[in-house]
Design a protein around this ligand. Structure first.
Ligand code: ADP
Length: 158
């Protein structure tokens, strides 16, 4: 499905990225998927960590990188489970299904780094968060998705 909404947010400092992640964390409902895209060092993990800490209400919470475990899960006080996945090392989508990512997509909130390791139709309805590094080291964050994301994206970019 093609994107119907796309907005670019300029995160001049890391603090700006953390603020965006916190705003996202308080507005994304359960049962939704967020695809984090961008080159190495763009800020995907930084954004995911801030999102998870905000959902847990604990700024110091340990948020280890799921590079080798592929997924880490977090139980939030409101009963929602947040899944943080880094699929960079995924060789077969079957592995992701075995880890339970499919059920997580229905009930929890999934933050997926390297979503393109899964078939496109699996993450079709995701909010795409694409980070790039600008000339001055700032991060350009493009939020895009289908119509179901319109109001949230407009709110975050206002
Ligand atoms: P990735 O997961 O995409 O490989 P990381 O989040 O691990 O990237 O690393 C991003 C690095 O860039 C961190 O060291 C972070 O401190 C730094 N950084 C500098 N400016 C920003 C910014 N505006 N947003 C996010 N990270 C930033």
């Amino acid at each position: 499905m093609s994107d119907t909404i796309s907005r670019t947010i300029n995160c001049r400092t890391e603090e700006d990225t953390l603020t965006l992640a916190q705003a996202l964390a308080s507005s994304v409902p359960a049962g939704r998927l967020i695809a984090l895209e961008g080159d190495l060092g763009a800020g995907k993990s930084t954004l995911a960590r801030a999102f998870i800490r905000a959902r847990l209400g604990d700024e110091e919470a340990e948020v280890p990188s799921p590079t080798f475990t592929l997924v880490q899960t977090y139980d939030c006080d409101d009963g929602v489970q947040v899944w943080h996945a880094d699929l960079y090392r995924l060789t077969d989508p079957e592995e992701a299904y075995e880890l339970g990512l499919d059920e997580a997509r229905d009930d929890g909130i999934c933050l997926i780094e390297w979503p393109d390791r899964m078939p496109q139709d699996w993450w079709d309805g995701a909010l795409k968060v694409h980070l790039t590094i600008g000339d001055r080291g700032e991060r350009k964050v493009v939020l895009s998705g289908d119509a179901s994301w319109r109001s949230l994206v407009e709110e975050l970019s206002a």
